[in-house]
Design a protein around this ligand. Structure first.
Ligand code: CS2
Length: 513
């Protein structure tokens, strides 16, 4: 019979090999100081890891985290049997090219809730006196906003629902505002609300959405939030690929125990956050967080350099059939292209950061992307393009236009995204487009194609131009750029090249200039 290992749990910790790090503070005494909405892998590998260092250093047990999944019960189901414990596997590739990992059992997640099962409990927790911080990683689409404008989508089904159902919200914004309302109506203690998503001025975006919603239900509440609560902006950076079954098996083998919900990450971890907390906060600097007056320049740097190039790898790689980022990075044409993309088109658009060596930052980024121990799937990054592209590429393009700079490499990124939306890679493999606007995007492309097929000019150049024009015409993504003929021309040219010459050849044309 197959041996089934015991589950990772406080009572089985003793069985772990010495090489596995684990918590050493009296975990059973943890209080809930932080409520986190959107309990994906990212926050468990990022904020929780930094928080864990702090707990160890000071034994300040006010800072336990309650994680809230807004939809699925899978995280709770897995972690319930482990009393919230999970393993963080930090992976790097050794100088000799071998994948290495260091395991650590994280203890600061004290409870996991599934919001739809008991929405009232989530509201009460946000309103609890001990709760000082509410943080979020709900991904771009979880804000129910128009990414191009940063405004709430009043017609979003969850927002419509949440305005009507005061006790059973569904959206992150709905939960936050109802929780704040309960605080306001009871003890009145303020709260710090902290977005950890990849949005420019994520704190400002969150505050605007929360205030808009609050204003609609009670202007006095909105006034109170504005006067008493804070929304620090922050930049977060750690690559966290989705955990696979193979990862789990491999981690279990080292643990000698079964962990059904481990997380994987690179060793690099960065968190730059504005020091605007209304009440106490954990001493996160001990875990590497940097507190600053303004995070704006850091956010711009990260979104354009890390995420901008990541998305380029994702679409070009998915099209070429390169399944993982490190596999894509083994293509010399792509590496040279990314280096030039950053150097020539992104870096000149960045705000001044006197303490930063930009060339070293670029080089280290290229090294991070080659980490084969992560096996980060290009398709994972490719998802939700409509929500990511505005902040990753379009602001850079706007800057280039204003300063009369050409941007052929960013145009190739956009062309790759459009081609990617066709759903088939260069090897003929089909894949599904995961994007809240998938239908709109694909229908737009199909209609443009059908119109071309009815006309007299059916050349690839005309087809590409018509499709690019139709897609860029989507106001909710491209906003003021929607009729921009320079942009349309630049992208259409790259799309024709991708379709006629393929990814590698097209990349080469960018290098021979
Ligand atoms: C990635 C990010 O999936 C994606 O869109 O670009 O999750 C990226 O790995 C992180 O932002 C790195 O900090």
């Amino acid at each position: 019979m197959k041996h089934v290992p015991d589950r990772l749990h406080p009572r089985t910790l003793e069985a772990l090999p010495k090489t596995v790090a684990r918590y050493a503070y009296p975990r059973e005494k943890l209080k809930t100081g932080i409520v986190h909405l959107g309990l994906g892998a990212f926050v468990r590998a990022h904020m929780a890891a930094i928080n864990e260092v702090t707990l160890h250093a000071h034994f300040d047990l006010r800072w336990g985290i309650v994680g809230v999944s807004l939809r699925q019960p899978d995280t709770r189901d897995a972690l319930l049997e482990q009393d919230g414990l999970y393993t963080l596997s930090l992976r790097h590739t050794s100088a000799s090219g071998e994948a290495r990992q260091q395991l650590q059992v994280i203890g600061c997640l004290s409870q996991v809730l599934v919001a739809p099962e008991d929405p009232g409990k989530v509201i009460r927790l946000i309103a609890a006196v001990d709760t000082r911080i509410v943080s979020l990683t709900v991904t771009e689409k979880g804000y129910c906003h128009n990414p191009a404008q940063g405004t709430l989508q009043w017609e979003h089904p969850d927002i419509v629902h949440d305005l009507d159902h005061t006790q059973t919200p569904r959206s992150a914004i709905g939960f936050i505002v109802r929780g704040l309302q309960q605080r306001y109506l009871t003890h009145g203690l303020p709260l710090t609300l902290m977005s950890l998503d990849n949005l420019p001025s994520n704190g400002h975006v969150l505050s605007r959405l929360v205030l808009d919603f609050a204003q609609k239900i009670d202007p006095a509440l909105a006034q109170w939030i504005e006067a008493r609560c804070t929304f620090p902006n922050s930049m977060v950076d750690r690559i966290v690929p989705r955990t696979t079954e193979a990862d789990r098996t491999n981690i279990d083998a080292t643990l000698g125990l079964r962990d059904a919900w481990p997380v994987i990450a690179e060793t690099f971890n960065q968190w730059i956050i504005e020091d605007k907390f209304v009440r106490e906060r954990p001493a996160w600097a001990l875990g590497g967080a940097q507190f600053v007056e303004s995070a704006a320049a850091w956010e711009t740097l990260k979104l354009r350099m890390v995420n901008g190039t990541h998305s380029a790898i994702a679409y070009l790689g998915s099209l070429a059939g390169w399944l993982t980022v490190d596999q894509a990075m083994s293509q010399p044409e792509l590496v040279a292209f990314l280096d030039a993309l950053m150097c020539e088109e992104i870096e000149p658009t960045l705000p001044e950061l006197p303490s930063l060596d930009l060339a070293a930052y670029r080089q280290s980024l290229l090294v991070r992307f080659t980490n084969r121990a992560l096996a980060h799937r290009t398709q994972q990054i490719a998802m939700d393009g409509s929500q990511k592209i505005p902040q990753r590429w379009l602001n850079t393009i706007r800057y280039c236009q204003t300063h009369q700079r050409l941007y052929p490499k960013l145009a190739l990124g956009l062309a790759a995204w459009i081609q990617y939306l066709g759903g088939t890679d260069a090897l003929g493999n089909k894949y599904k487009i995961q994007d809240p606007l998938a239908n709109v995007l694909q229908t737009t492309l199909r209609h443009a194609e059908a119109a071309v097929l009815k006309g007299t000019d059916q050349t690839p150049t005309h087809l590409a131009r018509q499709q690019v024009q139709a897609l860029i015409g989507l106001q909710q993504i491209f906003s003021d750029l929607k009729d921009d003929t320079d942009l349309i021309t630049a992208v259409a040219q790259q799309l024709v090249s991708l379709r006629t010459q393929g990814v590698v050849q097209t990349l080469s044309t960018h290098l021979s200039r």
